[in-house]
Design a protein around this ligand. Sequence first.
Ligand code: ADP
Ligand code: VHF
Length: 366
Amino acid sequence: MGECIVVKIGSSSLTSDEGGLNRNKLDFFVSELSSLKKAGYSVVLVTSGAVAAGFRALGFTSRPKLLHEKQASAAVGQALLMQAYQESFGRDGHTAAQILLTRTDFSNRRRIECALMTMEELLRQGAIPVINENDTVATDELKFGDNDMISALVANLLKAKQLIILTDTDGLYTADPRKNKDARRIERVSQISEDLMQLAGGSGSSVGTGGMRSKLEAARIAMRGGVPAFVGRAAEPGDMRLAVDDIGKGTYFETKLGNLPVKKQWLGFHSMPLGRIVVDAGAEDALRTGGKSLLPAGVAELSGDFHHGDVVEVTGLSGDTIGRGIVNYDAWQLKAVAGMNSDEVKRRIEVSRIEVIHRDEWITLK
Ligand SMILES: Nc1ncnc2c1ncn2[C@@H]1O[C@H](COP(=O)(O)OP(=O)(O)O)[C@@H](O)[C@H]1O
Ligand SMILES: N[C@@H](CCC(=O)OP(=O)(O)O)C(=O)O
């Protein structure tokens, strides 16, 4: 099994504003992916396009807006999309395998481990997992919406060599290039700051959803998981290979961090925090740079009805997120001892562990 490359293709690259699949474009991407496989890489495809491929067949004249209309369109379009990939990969001698995932699947450790084992087995057998969000069952509040984030989470799970997010623009510009002719491309990014996020706008087409902003959020998660990312375009034969070889038409997001174990990925990216703990400046420093556990003395405030074993989000006094961890106290216990030194805590309450969050059960996020 070769090094793994996760490639995400957006609706705007596969369909037109009027809806329906553009088979020529799809065949082009498939031949690019086949050439990566030929070069020895394992390839995972995350593809959008189900809604855009399906809405016209149901009589809609443009991409529908209501959730149930989009879900119905996706039910039609996902089958069309998959049929097209199977035919096209089949012609190149490859087997395509459909995997549909929701946010709920990612937040359930057993389910996501099953999905990971399935993907690994498919790759071992030389097949190409083709992933999309399971649109027909994803509820509005819990929807990823676009596939940028799914592609980053999958790249982290598979500890991929690289995440390639293909879109209709050749990378991140200093402003939306559709609206600002003077916008310049940013070639390399080593940290995604809030200022950089401000440069990125929404979608430029009526079929795409996330825009550049959701691609930056995805790149940030991939970088945190130790996977470098590329956001750009593949329009000519060989472009995808150039992207992998570090000379593609787009923006590279570099990372010096190592891959995260699946347990830490779950904690950081998939778990649902049930409470919030605000820590003082000393504790913030200890968590961010010292690799230390959080002790009751550093707790300034807390909210939420959490219990021992639950995941909580930790913020600094300014309210900015620092990270997440598994808490060793019930909320009522921690309220009673917040800010106290450890000897005092032991005199007042009985806890299995003095650390509020042990460093082994902690991940720094920002
Ligand atoms: N700073 C920026 N740099 C590049 N593209 C941007 C920027 N801000 C907004 N965009 C828009 O993001 C669009 C790509 O996102 P989107 O339409 O969601 O595509 P996809 O369907 O591939 O996910 C581009 O067409 C562009 O108009
Ligand atoms: N799961 C949806 C993705 C919707 C979408 O447009 O996403 P994207 O093109 O990645 O911004 C679909 O297949 O239609």
